[in-house]
Design a protein around this ligand. Sequence first.
Ligand SMILES: O=C(CO)COP(=O)(O)O
Length: 247
Amino acid sequence: MRRPFIAGNWKMHTTEAEAAALAAAVREQTAGAACDVAVCVPFPHLGPVREVLRGGHVQLGAQDVHWEPKGAFTGEVSAPMLEDYCQFVIIGHSERRQYFCETDEWVNRKLRAVLASRLDPIVCIGETLDQRRAGETEAVLERQLRGALAGIQPSARITIAYEPVWAIGTGETATPAQAQEACAFVRRILRELGGPVADAIRIQYGGSVNPANAAALLAQPDIDGALVGGASLDAAQFAAICAAVPA
Ligand SMILES: O=C(CO)COP(=O)(O)O
């Protein structure tokens, strides 16, 4: 019912030449994967990588977007600009929340802009270690999810990425049980907000996903894919994660 979706988030990595080579290798090595595959690349590489991926199965995404269609917002990129290049865009990544003061309200504005465009959003939510230790995981996820979706009808175009902040780039992965529990909770909230469409919305897990832990995570009933950071910069590792999707 929900086709698994593995997306790479290259973050602020790769030169143009490296991006083109990595995209070509991903295209080759993930051929035949039983899932949707995408790479979310730095803005300057959208054009070159689009050419490398053209006509293939790997879809392209960006890592952020502004909510206004145009205007005096130096350094920003809008949804109508991205529509020419890619299918997906990440919104509300914890690194943007942490380093660029992005709020739930901004995430909500960005999500509205993206849903009004031809792009499909990947909305990131997740608790910090302190929040988990304080027993606040579900409260945080619920606040972020309701904040992102305020006034918006949930739709199957939306992918939610559950990314516990303490698992990102740390080598410390949530256990499959922890990740499943959180993703099931996310789906419960989605059901409260949107009804049956919750069963069509894909929920990815993200945070130190690698070829060794992917299969156990992806076997969980409410985990529909992964948002992969570090391991997506290595085509063989990324392809191995795609291959770990249950048949
Ligand atoms: O933030 C992430 C993907 O968006 C996860 O990053 P890592 O896979 O490097 O932990």
